[in-house]
Ligand binder design. Structure first.
Ligand code: MG
Ligand code: MG
Length: 273
């Protein structure tokens, strides 16, 4: 059973989400060839603690770090390493934080230096699929409507949609009901209601959808070795419609790039001013 949140609880969850959003912004400031994932992890942990929050992934199921950093063919759950990032890499940085007992959990895939046109397109389409999914998160729609929107957009571009890992409800627990696959059939699955909070997180592969887990017990990689992208937002149903609690505003500011979806997040100018 999904735990539906009150408006007050959703406001607390917005605070948790924004700790993560600002942490990703701090990480974004350091993104360049030569930086190591472990350096990014350290900055993230320090920033989260400076906000009076606690890293949400550190120790979760035994995970050893604050960030999941997944490089190139790594899809998600990568353990930060001391191997310097190289020009042309892409990295998914997934971050969790707990504030006031509630989790924030979202992710952004960064380009390291100049990347190929093929990878630019993968990142663009994956982020687009995230927002197309979010549009479907509303009272009365079904979980399958969201998955369909993500899957349809990604597959239209010839990409593989990961099946084994999925989005989820979010709250006092990192993973709550319902499960939110990035694939589905319109009109199928559980009906969504006011107060539902979801972490929606398309994982889209340049090649086929197949993945495997490395013997570190965490890292998920593509089976064909081709790169994968991952974007995640925390979204609540408020007034029947989706409201994005997280934001990539700080990331795009740090990168010096205009947020291609700023319009979708326009209300942040009110709460973050
Ligand atoms: Mg996440
Ligand atoms: Mg998640």
């Amino acid at each position: 059973m999904a735990v539906l949140k009150t408006r007050e609880q959703i406001e607390l969850m917005r605070e948790s989400a924004l700790v993560v959003s600002r942490t990703l912004g701090e990480v974004a400031k350091l993104i360049r060839p030569g930086v190591t994932p472990l350096e990014l992890d350290k900055v993230a942990e320090e920033y989260i603690r400076s906000q009076g929050a606690v890293p949400g992934f550190l120790g979760y199921g035994g995970f050893p770090n604050t960030l999941c950093i997944s490089v190139n063919e790594q899809v998600v759950h990568g353990i930060p390493s001391d191997k310097p990032l190289e020009e042309g890499d892409i990295i998914s940085v997934d971050c969790g934080a707990i504030l006031n007992g509630y989790y924030g959990d979202h992710a952004f895939t960064f380009a390291i230096g100049e990347i190929s046109e093929e990878l630019k397109q993968l990142l663009k389409v994956t982020e687009e699929s995230l927002y197309l999914g979010i549009e479907q998160i509303r009272s009365g729609n079904r979980i399958g409507d969201v998955g369909y929107a993500v899957q349809h957009h990604a597959e239209k571009h010839g990409y593989g949609v990961v099946r084994e890992l999925i989005g989820h409800g979010l709250g006092k627990n990192l993973h709550e009901d319902p499960e939110l696959p990035n694939y589905g059939k319109r009109g199928h699955g559980k009906k969504m209601k006011e107060g539902l909070v979801l972490a929606i997180e398309p994982m889209i592969n340049l090649g086929t959808a197949d993945v495997a887990q490395l013997d570190d017990g965490w890292t998920i990689v593509t089976l064909d070795g081709k790169p994968s992208a991952h974007f995640e937002h925390d979204v609540a149903i408020v007034g029947g419609k989706s409201e994005i609690l997280s934001t990539f505003k700080y990331v795009y500011e740090a990168l010096g790039i205009e947020d291609p979806f700023a319009e979708r997040q326009a209300f942040y100018s009110i709460i973050n001013s």
